[in-house]
Design a protein around this ligand. Structure first.
Ligand SMILES: Nc1nc2c(ncn2[C@@H]2O[C@H](COP(=O)(O)OP(=O)(O)OP(=O)(O)O)[C@@H](O)[C@H]2O)c(=O)[nH]1
Ligand SMILES: [Mg+2]
Length: 671
């Protein structure tokens, strides 16, 4: 049995790897594991789901732990793709340090910006690992400058590379003044090479100046010419990092294994421990759910952070959200999907628990006396919508259960039943996100679903006023039917709904049949007159009618009302309304013009632009929903992944003639 319980809180490190897709987070995490002799040396420890292996990138949060210099490092490897953000955000609350992995050939990318903002919101300490310095077009200084410009002066380079691109052979640790190089495939720790000493000395000087600046006492002594010891600097640095006063920049190549051990050293020596971030070993027991996994064989697994207190097997806790009482009896640690049973875990540690039903990502579990709460880190909303159906009608029930479980696993996914179109709609962060969800539904829950064309919530409305008589008269033999109504219709303002006025005098339509007329009108409105979409915003006046003392009935007046309404509406003329979205697109300043042009070509109306976060502009517009169905993916390619969009329903608006004609034709084709 692993001895988690024996690692004190101060020697635990919880590190989440964040960054744009493909920057090397998983490679780096597996490099750290390999350096400590854990996991599968061939890789694949963390990207273990079949969908991840097929696609070559992570789709879910994976966790693994390693022992390094008597410390326990828990790694949370977050997927970087914009289509898998649902896992990264909840993980921020389980970590004490985020390692931002940046591709030195690509520079800062869209996900970095979004996640950096999220770390600000979560108050999470950060370091940057500038990776892939071995790549042909890799750059070091240009990236440091760009990072500093984007994320502020608090950026503190603690490493510098020896060569970049094909010449990249090693890394210099500035604080401790030594070099690590790969010589004939072997890792060599050595003095700073002759030719680099001067530059390294200058860089160390800048680092030292940055560090002493946050400590008045150190600063004074430094200005008086005293040289603080490395130990003192390190201690000051450590506090500054935990307080978010510095964002150190490390560098290397995860693929070559350069800079990986230095990162591990940095994490244990300078990285914050849970104790630095408020995890009290003697507090009441409280746990936070960072991730819920459903495994078809093992069932549900929850990855928890012990927020405070010491966790022991069989402890009882309350789920804060539901008030349910649960017992934690199967504790283990995870290394990818490999499980190692444990019996206890200290405050601040990460632990996995099996078979906790009705516990989901983001939940807090606590002992009765604990009042701990955890604010969720705000996550971007998904805007890519598709309609789905179970392939076989018999799977409908199974599908709703499976979708509920899947959204617990992936909180970025939304499932709605559209009340207007009656479709089951899945919302995600792009086509890839949806494809993965559909693949998982099949593999994990055995439900095959297919995408069907998304129905838009078109509506119909009157163009003007009209008047008509609706007759439902059948008196040939048997029980007759008799109802005649004269209706006038006129449009109301948009959003005006439905008004029904009874103007009958002298009882030509007896009182008891008036509600039937209204019912018939409503029924006809529900099905529209143009293309089968609901007709909205109109006033209907019942002005005259006829009845028969024997043959009139509720049904007869209902039918007459319905016929009369259709005829009056046709006379008034009917227009088609389409849903229009309010859209906000955030892109780097240079792309503002492109985005405005693109939105205009989608029949959009630009409302204006405003400055967004550093170097970015927000373009606001209203655009018909029909033109925005695959915008998430199209913006991604237009902006090379740097743009973000938010949208919400704004109003219904009359379709232009040519659009309306197509919608009507399509409706008629379907019958
Ligand atoms: N040249 C070079 N390639 C690297 C390095 N690190 C990772 N790669 C490659 O980059 C690709 C992506 O690496 P991953 O580790 O899967 O990236 P990731 O950040 O986990 O990606 P997501 O999980 O999709 O967010 C793989 O082909 C790696 O082999 C590096 O230091 N140098
Ligand atoms: Mg990955």
């Amino acid at each position: 049995m692993a001895m988690n319980g024996e690692t004190p809180t101060v020697r635990v490190r919880n590190v989440v790897l964040l960054g744009h897709g493909g920057t090397g987070k998983t490679t780096l995490a597996e490099g750290l594991l390999a350096a400590a002799g854990v996991g599968d040396a061939r890789g694949g420890t963390l990207d273990f789901e079949p969908e991840e292996r097929d696609r070559g990138h992570s789709l879910g949060l994976a966790t693994a732990s390693l022992t390094w210099k008597d410390h326990r490092i828990n790694l949370l490897d977050a997927p970087g793709g914009p289509e898998a953000v649902g896992d990264a955000y909840p993980a921020l609350r389980a970590a004490d340090l985020a390692v931002f992995v940046v591709d030195a050939a690509q520079g800062i990318q869209a996900q970095h910006d979004q996640l950096w903002d999220a770390c600000d919101a979560a108050g999470l300490p950060r370091v940057v690992f500038l990776n892939k310095l071995d790549k042909d077009n890799a750059k070091y200084q240009a990236n440091v400058d760009a990072l500093r410009e984007r994320y502020g002066k608090r950026l503190a380079p603690v490493h510098m590379p020896i060569g970049v691109g094909p010449e990249f052979t090693g890394v210099i640790d500035l604080l401790h003044s030594f070099a690590v190089r790969l010589v004939d495939g072997r890792r060599v720790e050595d003095e700073v090479p002759e030719g680099r000493r001067e530059q390294a000395e200058r860089n160390r000087e800048s680092l030292v100046e940055a560090i002493v600046e946050v400590d008045d006492d150190l600063l004074e002594r430094y200005l008086e010419g005293e040289v603080p010891s490395t130990k003192e600097l390190q201690e000051c640095f450590r506090h500054g990092i935990a307080a978010g006063e510095f964002f150190p920049v490390l560098c290397g190549s995860a693929a070559m294994g350069i800079g990986v051990r230095l990162l591990a050293n940095f994490i244990v020596e300078e990285g914050p421990s849970p104790a630095d971030r408020g995890a009290a070993a003697d507090g009441p027991l409280a746990l936070y759910v960072a991730k819920t996994l459903s495994d078809p064989y093992v069932g549900r697994i929850n990855v928890l952070r012990v927020l405070s207190g010491q966790l022991r097997q069989d402890d009882r806790v309350v789920v804060a959200r539901t008030g349910a009482d649960v017992r934690l009896h199967q504790l283990f640690t995870l290394c990818g999907k490999e499980q190692t049973p444990i019996t206890t875990a200290p405050a601040g540690d990460l632990v996995a628990v099996a078979k906790l039903d009705d516990v989901v990502t983001g939940d807090v579990l606590r002992s009765r006396e604990a009042a701990v709460e955890v604010e969720p880190v705000p996550m971007p909303e998904p805007f890519h919508r598709v309609a789905i159906e179970a392939v076989s009608a018999g799977d409908e029930d199974k599908l709703s259960t499976a979708l509920a479980r899947l959204s617990e696993e992936d909180p970025a996914l939304r499932v709605d039943r559209d009340s207007e179109t009656r479709q089951l709609v899945l919302r995600g962060h792009g086509p890839g996100h949806i494809d993965v969800a559909i693949a998982r539904l099949k593999r994990k829950f055995g439900v095959s679903v297919q995408q069907v064309p998304l129905r838009l919530a078109y509506r119909e409305t009157l163009r003007g006023s009209g008047s008509a008589v609706g007759r439902h008269v059948k008196q040939s033999g048997g029980h007759g039917q008799y109802g005649v109504v004269h209706l006038e219709v006129e449009p109301l303002e948009r959003g005006g709904g439905f008004e029904f006025e009874d103007r009958i005098v002298g009882g030509v339509v007896p009182n008891q049949f008036i509600p039937s007329v209204e019912k018939g009108v409503r029924e006809a409105m529900g099905h529209g007159v143009l293309a089968g979409y609901p007709l909205v915003d109109c006033r209907v006046r019942l002005v005259d009618g006829k009845h028969h003392s024997v043959d009139s009935s509720q049904v007869a007046f209902e039918v007459a009302g319905s016929l009369g309404f259709r005829a009056a509406a046709e006379q008034a003329g009917v227009a088609l309304l389409e849903p229009v979205m309010e859209v906000a697109v955030t892109v780097p300043d240079a792309l503002t013009g492109d985005v405005m042009g693109d939105l205009s070509s989608r029949r959009g109306r630009i409302q204006g632009t405003e400055p967004g976060p550093i170097g970015r502009t927000v373009v606001r517009a209203t655009v018909p929903e029909a033109e925005m169905l695959s915008y998430t993916a199209e913006l991604r390619s237009l902006s090379s992944g740097t743009g973000a969009v938010e949208m919400r329903y704004d109003r219904h608006e009359e379709c232009p003639e040519n659009v309306a004609r197509k919608v009507v034709a399509a409706a008629q084709e379907k019958g």
